[in-house]
Design a protein around this ligand. Structure first.
Ligand code: NDP
Ligand code: MG
Length: 379
């Protein structure tokens, strides 16, 4: 089990749960990082006494530095601070729980330092999966997924990649499952951030509603498990009990089941290959009269369809998709565009931005930047 970890995005939904899991398991936290929530960072810093607290926003960092002047915690800022938090020497594992592609460079830095990555920040794998997985292999850094579906696949696969036939990625379908495009036209940010089964940050909640989240997870699975788009099947499973499954070459299908709670996948990333109590609450299968599964209607979930298309195109297409979606979701949350326009923004970026097969860091960062500017200016 890991003895010391860093948590990037410590003030967010996964980050706060990671801090709680670490406390329960008696794991030290040597670095924390967030964007600007210094109220919570101060509390966290006073509680776990990290060596580094990195605040992306410069003004907030300056304020936290004053507030923590009586402690031994070093307060850093900007991307350099985030990268230093990711490299902090005493941590053996970095939980990447920042939201968005901003997690890419710190994740690469942690890989370079040969840390285990507890990977929640799926946007990093979506925009630069080939690069990140290649670096991890080259450096011998372990990547253990925290995203619940991918943790389920990782647990079910148990290292037997050579015997894998396909991956079954389950999806709750979100709060607007079965709604037509006409019905979703009036969806407000408040409606979209309320997920029926999971409590999450605003961005991923909107992604879950549009099903873009499943599209991002589709691309994440391709990279984590080296599978092609044809080897992944997405199934809607409204009960969110089967967290995902794998099909082996002999026809056996092995799944991981549990209550919808991130505590277990977070904990497993820290204890793997071992299992520890308590994890999450116990699942009582008898409480479920039935478990249902059906294929998604791609016409009703055009964001999922777009992501699958970008996955097939490869190169910088997923980076364009991801960046356009990030900007569109934030615009929607600020009330600047309608819910259905999120799809329009991403579609427009994918068809307008220069695309290349090269998926190296420079090409990915350029595609990411171009897509952000495109959506900011065109919508
Ligand atoms: P939240 O919005 O709740 O939290 C985001 C965290 O990232 C906050 O700590 C925020 O800091 C920090 N952050 C944002 N931008 C920056 C930046 N530029 N520099 C440093 N820190 C930054 O998100 P979630 O916890 O819901 O999600 C985090 C990641 O985990 C996402 O990639 C998501 O897809 C993935 N994930 C989440 C799940 C969930 O259950 N929530 C499940 C599976 C995956 P601040 O608070 O200061 O703004
Ligand atoms: Mg997930």
């Amino acid at each position: 089990m890991m003895e010391t970890i860093s948590v990037l995005g410590s003030t967010g939904s996964v980050g706060r749960q990671s801090m709680a899991v670490a406390k329960k398991l008696g794991i030290k936290v040597s670095a924390i990082a967030a964007f600007s929530n210094i109220e919570l960072m101060e509390q966290q810093a006073r509680e776990v006494k990290p060596k580094i607290a990195a605040v992306f926003n410069e003004d907030a960092a300056a304020e936290l530095r004053l507030r923590l002047a009586d402690t031994d915690t070093k307060v850093l800022s900007g991307m350099d601070g985030l990268i230093e938090a990711a490299r902090e020497e005493s941590a053996q594992c970095v939980i990447t729980a920042v939201s968005g592609a901003v997690g890419l460079r710190p994740t690469l830095a942690a890989i370079e330092a040969k840390k285990r990555i507890g990977l929640a920040n799926k946007e990093t794998l979506v925009c630069a999966g080939r690069l990140v997985m290649g670096e991890a292999r080259r450096r011998g850094a372990e990547i253990v997924p925290v995203d619940s579906e991918h943790s389920a696949i990782f647990q079910s696969l148990a290292g037997r990649r050579a015997e894998l036939r396909s991956v079954i990625l389950t999806a709750s379908g979100g709060p607007f499952r079965g709604w037509t495009r006409e019905q979703t036209r009036c969806v407000t940010p408040q409606m979209a951030v309320k997920h029926p089964n999971w409590s999450m940050g605003a961005k991923i909640s909107v992604d879950s509603a549009t099903m873009m989240n499943k599209g991002l997870e589709f691309i994440e699975a391709m990279h984590l498990f080296s599978v092609s788009p044809d080897e992944i099947q997405v199934l809607i499973h409204p009960e969110s009990v089967v967290h995902s499954a794998v099909e082996f070459i002999d026809g056996a299908v092995i799944a991981q089941l549990g209550v919808p709670d991130m505590a277990l996948p977070i904990q497993y990333a820290l204890t793997w290959p071992e299992r520890r109590a308590p994890g999450s609450e116990r699942l009582s299968l008898a409480k479920y009269a039935e478990l249902t599964f059906f294929e998604p209607n791609l016409e009703q979930t055009p964001c999922l369809a777009l992501a699958m298309e970008a996955a097939r195109r490869g190169g910088t297409a997923p980076a364009i998709l991801n960046a356009a979606n990030e900007v569109a979701v934030h615009k929607f949350l600020r009330g600047e565009i309608g819910y259905n326009e999120i799809y329009g923004c991403v579609d427009s970026a994918l068809s307008s931005i220069y695309y290349t097969d090269d998926a190296g860091l420079d090409a990915v960062l350029a595609a990411d930047r171009a897509a952000r500017i495109h959506v900011e200016e065109a919508f």
